[in-house]
Ligand binder design. Structure first.
Ligand SMILES: C[S@@+](CC[C@H](N)C(=O)[O-])C[C@H]1O[C@@H](n2cnc3c(N)ncnc32)[C@H](O)[C@@H]1O
Length: 308
């Protein structure tokens, strides 16, 4: 799948925006302004941003943090990059406290009829694709970028008979995931702090690996390593499913170049992701029967099988 955005030459405005964002004080100013606008917009939509963050930041996270964090985990540089306007990227409490409200806000325009419930609708759309395309309901599911648990809880709902394990490289997110699980009465209790390319799980121990909005955040070499790791984990007949940005979508093809530049300033590996032929990479990692489906105006699901 070729990508128009990759071939598009940056116009004058986007070059200007790119140059301005490279100047630290200007970047801090733009980031602060974008953040204020996002919070205001979220609250206008009824998403209780500041209230949620205030409540979460008052909790004592130490007991969960200590039970989850693997102190010996070494991070390759891509995991410590700045994401979503947080200098420490995914490895900070602020990103964890804001994760759910930000996801609701970011996705709120996906389905006009759903509004702030669009994040949930996106997850349901993805699971409808899984339910219609998987050969049988999976018994053991690994959620590869569980973050604060939203994707794991959604998988649990879609496949109630399965055992779901959530894995993430951020112990901040996983502390929130365990907290959210207890509050929601979820059965998901296994949260693994590890890199997605080095899970530490045994060969052929999973029937479905799901990665919801993971790969647009990964450099190409890491994506290839994750694909090989997933192939190792899956039972024969098992499936790997991912849901992510769709580079071929009209939204990205027609997005003004300067807006794209702004977006990329908070998503450091988006270009690398857009330039990668996922289907071909999956084939090279040993997957068969690769099927892509449209999930929203800007997302796609890709399901890859391991021959049974
Ligand atoms: C980190 S991943 C999400 C993976 C996870 N499996 C899930 O279920 O949501 C990328 C997503 O994080 C969300 N997100 C959370 N906080 C954000 C922020 N401050 N700015 C932009 N996106 C944010 C967006 O929905 C984005 O697409």
């Amino acid at each position: 799948m070729r990508v128009a955005t990759e071939a598009r030459r940056p116009d004058f405005t986007s070059r200007l925006v790119g140059k301005a964002l490279a100047v630290k004080p200007l970047w801090a100013l733009a980031k602060g302004q974008a953040r204020r606008m996002m919070i205001q917009r979220a609250e206008r939509l009824g998403i209780p941003w500041r209230e949620t963050v205030a409540e979460l930041s008052q909790q004592d996270w130490q007991p969960l943090w200590q039970s989850i964090q693997r102190v010996d985990l070494a991070y390759p540089a891509n995991y410590t990059a700045s994401f979503h306007g947080y200098d420490a990227g995914h490895l900070c409490w602020e990103a964890a406290y804001e994760f759910e409200v930000a996801s609701n806000a970011v996705h709120s325009s996906l389905y006009p009829e759903a509004g702030p419930a669009s994040d949930q609708a996106l997850r349901e759309g993805y699971h409808a694709v899984l339910q219609s395309q998987l050969p049988q309901p999976p018994a053991r599911i690994l959620d590869l970028h569980a973050t604060v648990g939203l994707s794991s809880f959604a998988l649990e709902q879609a496949f109630p008979a399965a055992s779901v394990t959530g894995l993430d490289f951020s112990p901040h997110y996983l502390s929130l995931a365990a907290y959210n699980a207890a509050r929601r009465g979820s059965k998901v209790t296994r949260w693994i702090h590890a890199l997605p390319e080095a899970t530490g799980l045994p060969d052929r121990s999973v029937d479905l690996v799901s990665a919801f909005l993971l790969f647009h955040e990964m450099p190409q070499g890491t994506t290839r390593r994750i694909f090989r790791e997933v192939r190792r984990l899956l039972e024969p007949g098992g499936s790997f499913a991912l849901m992510d940005m769709n580079p071929a979508s009209g939204v990205y093809q027609t997005m003004p170049a300067f807006v794209m530049t702004l977006l990329k300033s908070t998503e450091p590996f988006m270009d690398a992701y857009f330039a990668l032929d996922l289907e071909e990479e999956l084939r090279q990692a040993g997957f068969d029967e690769i099927v892509s489906s449209v999930c929203s105006s800007r997302h796609r699901a890709v399901i890859a099988r391991v021959a049974g």
